[in-house]
Ligand binder design. Sequence first.
Ligand SMILES: [Zn+2]
Length: 166
Amino acid sequence: MLAAQSNSSLPFAGLRCPTCRYDLSGLTTPQCPECGAAFTPELIRRAERNARRRKWLIAALVMFVVIYAPYSWLLMDYPWSDYRWSWIKMWPGLPVILPVSMAGRNIGLEVDDGLGLIMLDLLGLGLWIGLAWIGSRGRKRLIAIAVVVLLLSLLNSWGLYHLYLM
Ligand SMILES: [Zn+2]
């Protein structure tokens, strides 16, 4: 009986109160000693899951904006030519197209064919997902990464804009 009771504290190990974030490790009753909120371990786990999902969505959104928004000049009011459409189709890969083609030139690789463009798209989207995952680990980290990525994106976008006009 005693052993069963001490075991009942284990479901709370490493969890925090969904209401006030109080650390619930070692708790023996399903009630927060800090704010008095009653809960089940399932309820707390669901709250933790929702919090993680929220952080991930915010990070994904922030990273999407800083990675892809700098290329919005593609939507400015020039005529909608085939040339512009060909650039808009490359949008997912635009953040990596310059670094990859520069690296590719060094090892004699061309990325102009269809398969190469799909690889660039996947690389760009992978970069977005990866950075969002890292950024979802903490708010300060998210802000720091977002600032650095935004600066690099603006620089990259500026370079591509000149290529676009050529
Ligand atoms: Zn609480």
